[in-house]
Design a protein around this ligand. Structure first.
Ligand code: DC
Length: 218
């Protein structure tokens, strides 16, 4: 069994930024599980499947294979052999992933991939149900959050930096909707795992959050 750090929290809390930095400092492999849900979302979008049609989603899962690899320590996600990493981080894909990740077959599809990575390697894995469901015996569990306003502002700055037009109020509304969906779904809802350390990054710098988490890790 590898040494396992689980980081869960809502959209835009900074999980991936922080987890990548902790991974670098501690020599762990960073596993981004949201990217796996996003890869499946691309598959559903490509096939024109509606997130509300659970049977169609289940059928579409049958011909989707998600695998991951690493290039220069950066996670690459493959959908049926095609590297889709650069296509994952759009709002359309994120919303589709949020909706379809509430469907049990979608979660089952990714569960073993996530657990097997943690068995084999020292990992810091981020997502929504890592500490509660995927790795309940993780060595360290973190629940990383921030206020809706802070998260919306960060997402806005990130999109603007990429040259994308966006609206702060719309992003905040989207984040609230996504929180609601991720936290109230029946299967593996987002919540603080038992024994998880709560870190609210609203008024913390990136380095302060990294230091705080590293102080709990081996
Ligand atoms: O972290 P992210 O924004 O890339 O995740 C996209 C969606 O995938 C998120 O809204 C909920 C879902 N997800 C999940 O249900 N469980 C995980 N472990 C990771 C992500």
């Amino acid at each position: 069994m590898g040494y396992n750090v689980a980081i869960d929290g809502p959209a835009g809390a900074g999980k991936s930024t922080i987890a990548k930095l902790v991974a670098k400092e501690k020599g762990y492999i960073y596993v981004d599980t949201g990217a796996m849900y996003r890869a499946l979302a691309i598959h559903f979008l490509k096939k024109g499947v509606s997130a509300d049609d659970r049977e169609a989603v289940a059928r579409a899962c049958e011909d989707a294979e998600v695998t991951i690899g690493y290039e220069d320590n950066i996670q690459q996600v493959y959908l049926n052999g095609e590297n889709v990493t650069s296509m994952l981080r759009t709002e359309e894909v994120g919303n589709m992933a949020s909706k379809t990740s509430a469907i049990p077959v979608v979660r089952e599809k990714l569960l073993e991939l996530q657990r097997s990575l943690a068995r084999e390697k020292d990992v810091i894995m981020d997502g929504r149900d890592i500490g509660t469901n995927i790795l309940p015996d993780a060595d360290v569990k973190i629940y990383l959050t921030a206020s809706v306003d802070t998260r919306a502002r960060r997402r806005y700055d990130e999109l603007r930096a990429k040259g994308e037009e966006c609206d702060l109020d719309l992003i905040a509304r989207d984040i609230k909707e996504r929180d609601e969906r991720d936290m109230t779904r029946e299967i593996a809802p987002l919540k603080k795992a038992e024994g998880a350390i709560l870190v609210d990054s609203s008024d913390m710098t990136i380095q302060q959050v990294v230091d705080e988490i590293c102080s709990h890790c081996r």
